[in-house]
Design a protein around this ligand. Sequence first.
Ligand code: WT7
Length: 677
Amino acid sequence: MAEKEVVETSEAQIAVHWGEEEFYHPSAKFIAQANMADESVYDRFSLDNFPNCYKEYADLLDWYEYWDEILDTSDAPCFKWFKGGKINASYNCVDRHLPKYKNKTAIHFVPELEEEKVDHVTYQELYVRVNEMAALLRDFAGLKRGDRVTLHLPMSAELPITMLACARLGVIHSQVFGGFSGKACADRIVDSGSRVLITMDAYYRGGKLLDHKEKADQAVTLAAKEGQKVDKVLIWQRYAGKYSGAPDMVKDRDFFVNDVLKDYYGARVEPEKMNAEEPLFLMYTSGTTGKPKGCQHGTGGYLAYTAGTSKYVQDIHPEDVYWCMADIGWITGHSYIVYGPLAIAASSVIYEGIPNYPDPGRPWRIAQDLDVNIFHTAPTAIRALRKIGPDEPAKYNYEFKHMTTVGEPIEPEVWKWYYKSVGKGKAAIVDTWWQTETGGFLCSTLPALKPMKPGSAGPGMPGIHPIVYDDEGAVVEAGAGKAGNICIQNPWPGMFQTIWGDRDRFVDTYFARYCKDPKSKKWQDWPYMTGDAAVVAADGYVRILGRIDDVINVSGHRLGTKEIESAALVCEEVAEAAVVPVNHEIKGKEPDLYVALKPGLKASADLAKKISDTISEEIGKIAKPRKVWIVADMPKTRSGKIMRRVLASISNAQDEGDVTTLANPEIVTEIKKMVQG
Ligand code: WT7
């Protein structure tokens, strides 16, 4: 109980001490061209008009057969949208644009090396390449509707081509972030039951050509140990016709896509007519327990929601050049580089590398050269670019009409630099709050209709009705100046359908706490719990404070503390591990790892390094702890529970509060000395 109280007070304190910011208004020029400048949208999408309001989003798409039931709640909380409808995502993102836009660029692929040329893939070329790849997947790899396939691809044009080829066949893709390790890839292969892995031999990062094929070898070996056999590894080449990976190709298992494709040149594949609720893809994300969850996203609802929000929140018109600097390996890239933008015939930029290669002017040079006018990134990148190149944007001749921030709360000071320097005071900014689970935005301003408020995401999206509950289930009213657990009262089309293979975990994690009646088939009884704490101002603007569960948001990416702890325990020397978030100027948070060794073992710098390396191998470099602290014992309650809160205070040089009730209060002093000197 004591532990809980401390957390709540600190959230409420932030809420009180961080004053409300002034509004910023979009320019008349922006409003005049905006896709959504009609105030009545909020009435049309009010709770009274739910769920029928979402017909507007569905009508942005082409259906083979129009749906007959907008929302089926019979299996609540596994909701089905647009039931009876038949649709194909690949058709909607590619084929249907050909009559008008076949010569328009769909994808601008920007290699990290500046001496390499940008690849401009037109809609016609995208159509050709998606069809050929779909033919290969069907006829060479033997994949069919409903099968799962794991992708471990870096940022490349081949990644959306592969996704859209899968979607054409109704094959469920599960793209694993390229920076994740072979082990993390293996876990996802096993969980999804994939027998085909699609990867690339190499990619550039920070000016170095990294071997990526070795991760595929590890992934296949480790997956086999867990009982999942991968019988084909399909390898795209970073340089078509030239192999840049580790030399050993495994016979009859490894194939170069660029070679095999030659047999399918000119092939055309009829898109599968998918039921609206059939899964489109899985996206794994971290949760409270060690095992990542495969968030299952459907076809019709997801595509309608990402198309609608790309049009109205991202304000993408076919003549715009849109650049979302996220990685397609995360949900942001799926929804707002690939599916949403392509569904509305955008030109979408894909950049291979890191923002500051070879210097912090790079993003603005790309913007200038491609004449980008919509820019989308995360606070962690904004903080970094502000720190290392605050004056760079002014040196380049580009003009953004619109900018997005996503992934974590943005400090008002950082927001203001983004607005003044990157946006040159001319761009409308949206701060979009959402999650892997939610498929698309939950809270954001509609850029022409609502003013911006630095640090606040804004009100619920049209058709998204947030509600804040306290721990007892009472509603915290807007303007109360108090934080609580933010939930969404209603389902929406972009929402995930379940956790792959684990409906119980889906219900427990997201609904159990505030469900009004577990037997109910009415959506009104199933508020969706996001897992974030938030404060809602009197004007309805939502400020997100952070996670209420054991999830750490590192550079806008979610890592489960349990996941990192179990990775540390893979080292046989480690007896106990505890991970806590430490504040970081650029990344937002970083994990700090505390470990206690098995009896008789001695701490050493080598051992700390070994533990840290193990985490990189198990999960990926992104999870590497700031520091591994080898301690004599963990601070524990009398019942033996590790007091992570005390460790977190020590790591962040904050007051650790009253520790006298612990079983071993003396250890706190010892650890504090070690960490703080
Ligand atoms: C968590 C979800 C949504 C795509 C990227 C992250 C935090 C996300 C914001 C924002 C404050 C934000 C939340 C959320 N978050 N966007 N605009 N302001 N916090 O997706 O990895 O599933 O993480 O990121 O804590 O729960 P994700």
